[in-house]
Write a protein that binds this ligand. Structure first.
Ligand SMILES: [Zn+2]
Length: 66
């Protein structure tokens, strides 16, 4: 596993109608900043829900839950 490649995940904001690919390591920060600056801190932008499910599956597998 290479630590040099930072995978990106799609972040969707239904209100801005944008999808942005953000490095996984900074995605939480980016979403928070976006919602802070553009949506008064409301949770509008988020990781693409489909991908979020896949990530949860992956994490669950890593933890040996599946
Ligand atoms: Zn937005």
């Amino acid at each position: 596993m290479s630590s040099e490649e930072d995978p990106t995940v799609p972040v969707v904001c239904p209100e801005c109608e944008t999808t942005t690919r953000v490095a996984l390591s900074t995605v939480a920060e980016s979403i928070e900043r976006h919602n802070d600056q553009l949506h008064d801190g409301e949770d509008i932008a988020q990781v693409d829900p489909e991908l979020a499910e896949q990530l949860q599956d992956l994490v669950a597998k890593d933890l040996g839950l599946l």
